[in-house]
Design a protein around this ligand. Structure first.
Ligand code: CP
Ligand code: NVA
Length: 321
């Protein structure tokens, strides 16, 4: 049974030493938001999940969802979330839209802003999302880029808080594997909440250097020499696929480099006795994680996937409600 949603008391605001900018009207990058605003979103998530907040506050509102990469969870949770809030979401894929034939991001942003109340985009380049946000007159949500996956890590933080309580600064998180969009977003979250983050990535597959440097200067972040070192005493052990979308051609080279970076039972035994396993999904059993871990008692991946729905509803309500 799910625990009572955490209350997210303001006490975790003590963390995050680097300058806190005013929270923007978009949701593109966790690090761009004040900790207090992120806590507000997590608190809203809890109230939506518990049913304390209900009704149809987004009645008459429309969200455009641009997907230039595949998706199951992000697309369905956003579409269902908009419907549950009384609004409407419409899918715009590369195949069907003029973007796929080269229409500029700027023109797309300006035109869509005249029809809809918000835009969610999943694409390759982070710059494309930044340009969309610059040119749009409506809020923009980052549904994943090569660099970041902020909505997912918000759901992961909420899932961790359901398990360990709302003092996120007290968390110990271990990231095992690729220094990809998920790893970068965990680093950004560590900046804001000040929890301990240990990363074990194969040589040449580390996270974005500037995101890592910023996180190191403001949070308890360490790059470890081995998965065993990173997992030691962790509350949350988390990983992701070895080859993200767009990296499929590198699959075999990556399989060789990542062979020692699999989350298995012996690795989970290094973690705290009450540790949980998280994975944003989709997963490759037998590659980055063994079936006994992802399908075992410590796994919270289905609750984590469910929480994508509650988190995106909170973000949409905050941005376009
Ligand atoms: N975790 C996640 O973003 O899943 P999708 O790729 O299915 O949206
Ligand atoms: N890192 C993965 C996440 C998928 C949700 C990717 O970008 O493909």
């Amino acid at each position: 049974m799910d625990r009572i949603p955490p209350a997210f008391k303001r006490r975790c605001i003590r963390s995050g030493r680097f300058a806190q900018p005013p929270s923007p009207r978009h949701f593109i990058d966790i690090a761009a938001h004040e900790t207090g605003h992120l806590l507000h979103l997590l608190e809203l998530t809890g109230r939506l999940k518990s049913g304390e907040l209900s009704g149809r506050p987004l009645r008459g509102r429309t969200l455009a969802m641009i997907f230039r990469k595949n998706s199951t969870r992000t697309r369905v949770s956003t579409e269902v979330g908009m419907a549950q809030l009384g609004g409407h979401a419409l899918m715009i894929s590369d195949r069907e839209s003029q973007m796929g034939r080269g229409e500029s991001v700027a023109d797309t942003a300006r035109v869509l802003s005249r029809y809809v109340d918000g835009i969610l985009i999943r694409t390759f380049a982070q710059d494309e999302v930044a340009e969309l946000a610059r040119e749009a007159s409506v809020p923009v949500v980052n549904g994943l880029t090569d660099l970041l996956h902020p909505c997912q890590v918000m759901a992961d933080l909420f899932t961790a808080a359901e398990e360990f309580g709302d003092d996120l600064a007290a968390l110990r998180v271990a990231w095992i594997g690729d220094g990809n969009n998920m790893a970068n977003s965990w680093l950004n979250a560590a900046c804001r909440f000040g929890f301990s983050l240990r990363l074990a990535c194969p040589p040449h597959y580390g996270p974005d250097p500037s995101i890592l440097a910023r996180a190191r200067s403001s949070a308890d972040v360490r790059v470890c020499g081995s998965p065993a070192e990173a997992a030691a005493a962790a509350h949350v052990v988390t990983t992701d696929v070895w080859a993200s979308m767009g990296r499929e051609a590198e699959r075999s080279a990556r399989a060789a480099a990542f062979a020692g970076y699999r989350v298995d039972e012996p690795l989970m035994r290094r973690a705290s006795p009450d540790a949980i396993f998280l994975h944003c999904l989709p997963a490759h059993r037998g590659e980055e994680v063994t079936a006994d871990v992802i399908d075992g008692p410590r796994s919270r991946v289905l609750r984590e996937a469910e929480n994508r729905l509650h988190v995106i509803k909170a973000i949409l309500l905050d941005l376009i409600g």
